[in-house]
Ligand binder design. Structure first.
Ligand code: ADP
Length: 476
């Protein structure tokens, strides 16, 4: 099969979250048996030299509403199926979707151009394509254009990574992007309270819609998780499928991760301890015998940041260390800024730092993830591999990938083990953390679970097969 896998971010070129990890690892797994073109924008902030990205010396124009948008095609010279599209409006920014002043005001145009260019590049390079696999609102218009303007016969699979981001814009975008009013601006597709909604159009025009975990597929057909699109999802649920994400053990492997002070695997927890000692020195923290809890992620309500902040006050008198890495909404950035030096046992870093994140995973004993909703979540899978036990809420992909260790009788056959709680409030969150502290005091059991977790398989091997089955079903 020949697949164009299009995403607004792909690791390692550009990443703001789990989408980039998935858009890297899933196509990579599919490439074992299929031809997969990864297509993404060539953002200004991508290091072309580092990744060997070179111009193909091929360009094409996209005309929209009387304006000419030139798109230049680039490839990775070591992997020519990694294709990059450069256009000044799309690419020349100090961020992917926003900067310090907020979302870019022309994101609808930027990702409209990108979506058209994803289709156009197929013609320009003469690619054989059976499937367009698109991701989130940024590429949702591929489905709309494919089924209207281009009348393509290729099948379109849309993966929803997070319902909270939909791409909602004023209806002037219909003209700006030369979208057909009568065919598309309809209540069941693009129209959304007299605005346009890219994700809604994607759900309508795609042949199949997947979510990044089975539980999230069910959740989003209810009002809280559906983020106002639950009715669209219910109407289209015949084409909805939940497929659990995986991670790449090429990228996330403590046995060869160059970011760690010491490499280790499940047979060598002493080396993990040595790495932890070094990391604590880096953070000027003491107490290698104390459990180290970490949080890594976007500072947004979704991630349970309010619960995390309230826990810091409680945990200040406990024999624990906590390290937090993240950034996000300025409201939370400011709170964490003000808490930076308040608690001796809490280290806070505001920002995005891949290498430091790896060092944290490697050094930590517990990963805190008290999300209010979590479409899949990759942190818990990364944490397993790096010997850190996840403490999670029972929602979305967390529910599908973390079993509470107290509910499992036979560890041998179990998947990943952690600590989970259902009611998303302080009481149950503290209860979960207390459970973690008590488990840590039982070193034998804690190490047994840690080793088990490090060897469970959350790779893409199984889930990629489900995607292949879906592609095959669509192609008939
Ligand atoms: P999201 O909802 O942000 O996509 P996921 O759990 O699916 O969450 O994926 C998050 C990915 O981004 C993981 O690889 C995680 O380690 C990484 N990550 C999140 N925040 C940061 C940060 N501040 N610095 C480095 N890596 C981060």
């Amino acid at each position: 099969m020949n697949i164009i896998f299009a995403s607004s971010e792909i690791y390692p070129y550009a990443k703001t979250g789990g989408l980039a990890d998935v858009a890297s690892a899933l196509p990579e797994e599919l490439r074992n048996e299929h031809k997969v073109y990864k297509v993404m924008p060539l953002y200004k902030l991508i290091d072309r030299k580092k990744y060997g990205i070179v111009a193909l010396n091929k360009s094409f124009d996209i005309w929209l509403n009387g304006l000419r948008h030139q798109v230049d095609i680039y490839i990775n010279k070591d992997c020519e199926d990694d294709i990059f599209l450069y256009n000044p409006v799309l690419s020349d920014r100090d961020g992917l979707y926003f900067d310090n002043y907020g979302d870019f005001g022309d994101n609808a145009l930027r990702f409209g151009i990108f979506s058209l260019a994803i289709i156009q590049v197929m013609y320009e390079l003469g690619l054989e394509v059976d499937i367009f696999h698109i991701n989130d609102w940024q590429t949702s218009l591929v489905a709309l254009y494919a089924k209207t303007r281009f009348n393509l016969t290729q099948k379109i699979v849309l993966t929803i990574h997070n319902m909270a981001y939909q791409g909602i814009y004023p209806k002037s975008v219909v003209d700006e992007l030369e979208i057909d009013w009568s065919e598309c601006f309809r209540p069941e597709s693009l129209e959304y309270h007299d605005n346009v909604n890219f994700l809604k159009a994607g759900i309508y025009f795609s042949d199949a819609v997947t979510t990044v975990s089975p539980t999230y597929k069910d959740e989003i057909q209810t009002s809280y998780y559906g983020c106002t699109l639950e009715d669209s999802l219910k109407t289209n649920n015949y084409k909805l499928e939940g497929i659990l994400n995986g991670i790449s053990y090429e990228d996330f492997n403590p046995a060869k991760d160059k970011n760690l002070y010491r490499n280790f695997d499940s047979s060598n927890l002493d080396a993990k301890k040595e790495h932890k000692i070094k990391l604590l020195q880096e953070l000027h923290m003491s107490g290698e015998e104390k459990p180290l809890f970490i949080f890594i992620g976007r500072f947004t309500h979704q991630k349970g940041i309010d619960l995390l902040i309230s826990a810091l006050e409680l945990l200040k008198s406990h024999e624990v260390n906590i390290a937090i890495l993240g950034s996000g909404e300025s409201y939370y950035n400011n709170i964490f800024e003000s808490l930076k030096f308040k608690y001796p046992n809490v280290h806070i870093t505001i920002g995005y730092n891949e290498a430091y994140a790896r060092r944290l995973y490697g050094a930590s004993d517990f990963l805190i993830m008290p999300s209010f909703f979590e479409p899949c979540g990759l942190n818990q899978m990364i944490a397993y591999k790096y010997g850190s036990m996840p403490i999670v809420t029972e929602t979305g992909g967390l529910k599908d990938s973390v079993s509470d260790f107290t509910n499992v009788d036979n560890i041998i056959n179990a998947k990943g083990l952690g600590i989970s709680f259902y009611e998303k409030n302080q009481f149950w969150f503290f209860h979960a953390i207390s459970k973690a502290i008590s488990l840590y005091a039982n070193k034998t059991k804690f190490n047994e679970i840690t080793k088990h977790n490090m060897d469970v398989d959350y790779s893409w091997k199984e889930s990629s097969k489900i995607y292949v089955d879906l592609y095959k079903k669509l192609l008939g």
